[in-house]
Design a protein around this ligand. Structure first.
Ligand SMILES: NC(=O)c1ccc[n+]([C@@H]2O[C@H](COP(=O)([O-])OP(=O)(O)OC[C@H]3O[C@@H](n4cnc5c(N)ncnc54)[C@H](OP(=O)(O)O)[C@@H]3O)[C@@H](O)[C@H]2O)c1
Length: 234
């Protein structure tokens, strides 16, 4: 099980961050340690070397098994990886938005760089917050606060159609096709599931692979997406 402690920096030193993390883990989450401790965003007043020092302290104190980052750009990820290496600690993961509706990390070399360096590229909003599942339509759009992959549903009709066609041809759900696409592109999907059917769709994405032709069909109706100044650098 992967758990995550969000790290929100204010004007704190690396040691204070570590102590805060310690208090949060023991008090708020009732855990002695987490499996992965993520710095959830590249915008923090602490320098990368300070942040790496704090993360290394978390590992040495036994608060987390591994450490990672989220929404980091390629350059910042490499810098963090190099800083952690000074403590003998590998960067385990970089978690970024990736799906049929946001291929930016693939198209700009982030996924390849992760693979080359042994860093797990985790995708979040892998289903574009259910926009890829068939659950939402132009007549029944998702809630306004579902902000990842946030396109007008009318623009996503061709994407939905191709995913649906492949799902029917293969006898799996549309969600399973969308998740399989992430796996095939080298991402380890982090999917927000809320009921048993969602779990079945996840399982339905395993044990098979989209063909090259099927991937080409999906690529043709995919979106590149973009980065944001504030948060999504990767
Ligand atoms: N590091 C970051 O900056 C960051 C940012 C965003 C998310 N995340 C993490 O990524 C994880 C997943 O991302 P996410 O929740 O944004 O997006 P997601 O996994 O693309 O979508 C999850 C939503 O899709 C619906 N859903 C899931 N499986 C479905 C299925 N098989 N069929 C139909 N609908 C399905 C559910 O909606 P309903 O609630 O409507 O049932 C669920 O809330 C979360 O755990 C989150 O913590 C990280």
């Amino acid at each position: 099980m992967v758990r995550r402690a969000r790290q929100r920096y204010k004007s704190v030193t690396a040691l204070q961050v570590t102590r805060k993390a310690s208090a949060r883990l023991t008090k708020n989450m009732g855990l002695k340690y987490v499996d992965v401790y993520l710095v959830d965003g590249p915008i923090h007043p602490a320098s990368t070397s300070q942040a790496a020092k704090g993360m290394a302290e978390c590992v040495s104190l036994g608060l987390t098994k591994t450490v990672g980052v989220a929404n980091y750009s390629l350059d910042d990820m490499i810098q963090m990886s190099d800083e952690l290496a000074k403590f003998g600690i590998p960067l385990a993961t970089n978690q970024c938005e990736f799906s049929v509706l946001r291929r930016w990390p693939e198209l700009h070399g982030l996924i390849k760089a992760c693979r080359d360096r042994g860093i797990i590229f985790q995708s979040y909003s892998s289903l574009a917050q259910a926009r890829l599942t068939g659950k939402y339509t132009p007549e029944n759009p998702p809630p306004n606060n579902y902000r990842f992959g946030s396109y007008d549903m009318r623009d996503l009709v061709p994407t939905q159609d191709v995913l649906k066609e492949i799902a029917l041809e293969r006898g799996v759900s549309q969600a399973s096709v969308a998740i399989n696409y992430n796996l095939l592109k080298g991402a380890t999907p982090t999917v927000g599931i809320r009921d048993p059917k969602h779990a079945e769709d996840l399982v339905g994405a395993l044990g098979w692979r989209l063909t090259l032709r099927e991937v080409e069909r999906i690529d043709a109706v995919s979106m590149e997406g973009k980065t944001t100044v504030l948060w999504q650098h990767g």
